[in-house]
Design a protein around this ligand. Structure first.
Ligand code: AGP
Length: 617
């Protein structure tokens, strides 16, 4: 979950490192640090807290000009967020080696005992420092940094991306990855390393994803990739499709506000090239699954965490309704360890914005070992999940920097709808004419999402007015239920208050006991227009909680002529195919959470205790 940057080349290394760390700060911001090698040798500065603390430290204690260096912004795993536990970590008595680490070294305890036995003194409580001392000691023996580095990484277990530099070999950055992200940025007479392409996209769009158990030997003019066993690896280059400006706030008050506003484009870009004007769906990306594979699917298991899991919950309704394939949604970390039933006819659909969520990676690896095909829905090009899956549907939400996911979610939901229509066509489970009608309805959604964004002043004000709320409940039915869950999660992670989403039908089975005078409840109300509409049931639920003093805020469809009689405030969203309405009803909840959090003076882009990508189990 940390952000790492490496550089070697003619630019001012410090500028490159700090610029990269700024773009990666959302991956963790408990501490930050850099090491550079100049004519005077190895220098390191590191500081607990956000990147600005490190910058202040460097202002007070300047670093010499240098053309090689590594940088790190941390989300604490082993050891509290202190200056001493901040990366980089210095290895060896001569203090000539500097190392940074993203992940968890699971066998650090026995390795540390070996070093302590040999008299090594530790300056931190971290597992990462163990690796620094091991590499320094091995370098003393071999005199060659690539050899020393390789010998050490082969001994480590767990998840790690490591970068190391050594004063005695000041032209090379060593890197290794296992179960943790690493990409290379290719420049002209310079090269870069990063946890993801945001680390260097302002300098180059040429990138290479580093694979599992690979070592990178990075010099200004050349890169070499080897397996841990020393075999050469042929790099596969890709072009980064977004630019640095896309990863900057662009004048918005926060990345989250910007990304909420980006949602019409995120939906449109995810549909682009996949949904024709006649409503037909084409998903060339899943050519990795043959027509036979698709015919033989007898069950879909969707695995994800957090917000991504709610996208799966929405997709479940659509896939089952249109394709008649049974779908179960599993939290990745539960699925992985409950000895689930997976067969070669099970299709695993793994949904992840970052493509680096370790829980989801472990779930998909488990399923692949059990013989299942894996389809990823992922927003990050070249991510580990994408490379380890049989097929990938990339969402095109662009870089999502705010820790609280918004545009990636609506893009994931959109991809789920496309998959549902695609599978339905492949299985002949829904008449072609109906599929064409649904496809054309889906084509309208970017415009409808834009319309929602224009009508949010009321919910914005409510968010500000309710800054002192201690608890907010969220109710929904059918595809409104995962939206209620997501609305609660947004409020938890942004405003740090109790928030809970329920299936509205569950209310009388217990949760209604929570209702008391003045309890705010946000209710996602389904359209009145469907024959078998659940609208009457949800209106009854609203009456039940109103009778017990609840303050009801409703999210309802334009033209709803009943809800206004029972709700204190109604946010109307444009008419849409009911099953697609999630793309619209979730937006007022995002904005409500954003405004309430902002009114509390909280940091909406980097909420406490969280990180953008949870790359440890
Ligand atoms: C979303 O607001 C949260 N930050 C979190 O639940 C996130 O969705 C979850 O960690 C999954 O991340 P992924 O999509 O990158 O796998």
């Amino acid at each position: 979950m940390c952000g790492i940057v490496g550089y070697v080349g003619p630019k001012s290394t410090l500028e490159v490192l700090l610029g990269g760390l700024r773009r990666l700060e959302y991956r963790g911001y408990d501490s930050a640090g850099v090491s550079v090698i100049s004519g005077t040798g190895l220098d390191t500065r590191k500081k607990a807290g956000k990147l600005d603390n490190l910058i202040a430290e460097i202002t007070n204690h300047p670093l010499p000009d240098a053309h090689i260096g590594i940088g790190h912004t941390r989300w604490a795993t082993h050891g509290a967020p202190t200056d001493g536990n901040a990366h980089p970590h210095i290895g060896g008595e001569a203090a000539k080696l500097s190392l940074i680490h993203n992940g968890i070294i699971e066998n650090f305890y026995e390795l540390k005992a070996e070093l302590v036995e040999a008299g090594t003194k530790f300056a931190s409580e971290t597992d990462s420092e163990v690796a620094a001392h091991l590499v320094a000691a091995e370098f003393e023996k071999t005199g060659d940094l690539p050899t020393a580095f390789t010998n050490v990484v082969k001994r480590l277990r767990g998840a790690f991306t490591l970068l190391a530099i050594h004063e005695d070999q000041p032209d090379v950055v060593l890197a290794a990855r296992r179960n943790s992200p690493l990409v290379i940025g290719l420049g002209d007479g310079e090269n870069f390393l990063g946890s993801d392409v945001a680390a260097f996209v302002e300098h180059t769009k040429r990138a290479i994803s580093v694979g599992q158990d690979e070592i990178v030997i990075l010099r200004a003019g050349e890169i070499e990739i080897r397996t841990f066993d020393g075999a050469p690896v042929t790099p596969v280059e890709f072009e980064v499709s977004w630019d640095a400006s896309a990863a900057s706030k662009g004048g918005w008050s926060s990345f989250m506000a910007k990304e909420i506003a980006d949602q019409p484009q995120a939906v449109a870009d995810t549909l682009m090239g996949r949904l024709a004007s006649d409503g037909s769906v084409r998903l060339s990306e899943i050519d990795g699954l043959s027509a036979e594979d698709i015919k033989n699917i007898d069950r879909i298991i969707m695995v994800a965490c957090g917000t991504a899991s709610y996208a799966c919950d929405v997709a479940k309704y659509a896939i089952e309704k249109f394709s008649r394939i049974p779908v179960q949604v599993e939290l990745s970390h539960e699925f992985r360890y409950r000895d689930p039933i997976v067969t070669p006819n099970t299709l695993i659909v793994a949904v992840s914005q970052s493509g680096e969520t370790m829980d989801t990676l472990m779930a998909t690896r488990y399923a692949k070992e059990a013989g299942a095909k894996v389809l990823a829905i992922c927003n990050t090009q070249g991510a580990t999940l994408a490379r380890e899956s049989d097929a990938v549907i990339y969402t095109h939400a662009g870089p999502e920097v705010a820790v609280a996911s918004t545009k990636a979610l609506v893009a994931q939901i959109t991809a789920g709808y496309l998959l549902a229509l695609f599978l339905a066509a492949g299985r002949g489970a829904t008449p072609k004419a109906e599929l064409a009608r649904l496809g054309k309805e889906l084509l309208q959604m970017p415009e409808s999402v834009a319309e929602v964004l224009d009508g949010l002043e009321g919910i914005r004000q409510l968010g500000k007015d309710m800054a002192n709320a201690k608890s907010v409940l969220f109710l929904g039915r059918n595809v409104g239920f995962p939206v209620a869950m997501e609305g609660a999660l947004k409020l938890k992670e942004l405003a740090y208050i109790h928030a809970e989403g329920f299936a509205a039908g569950e209310l009388k089975h217990g949760p209604i006991a929570l209702i008391e005078e003045g309890q705010p409840v946000i209710v996602i109300v389904p359209s009145q227009r469907d024959e078998d509409s659940l609208h009457p049931k949800v209106i009854s639920n609203i009456q039940e909680i109103r009778a017990r003093g609840a303050r009801v805020i409703a999210i309802a469809e334009e033209g709803d002529n009943q809800v206004g009689d029972y709700a204190e405030h109604v946010v109307f969203v444009p008419k849409a195919e009911s099953i697609f309405a999630s793309l619209l009803t979730v937006i007022p909840l995002q904005v409500f959470a954003l405004e309430l959090s902002t009114a509390k003076g909280l940091d909406v882009d980097q909420p406490r205790n969280l990180a953008k990508s949870v790359t440890v189990e």
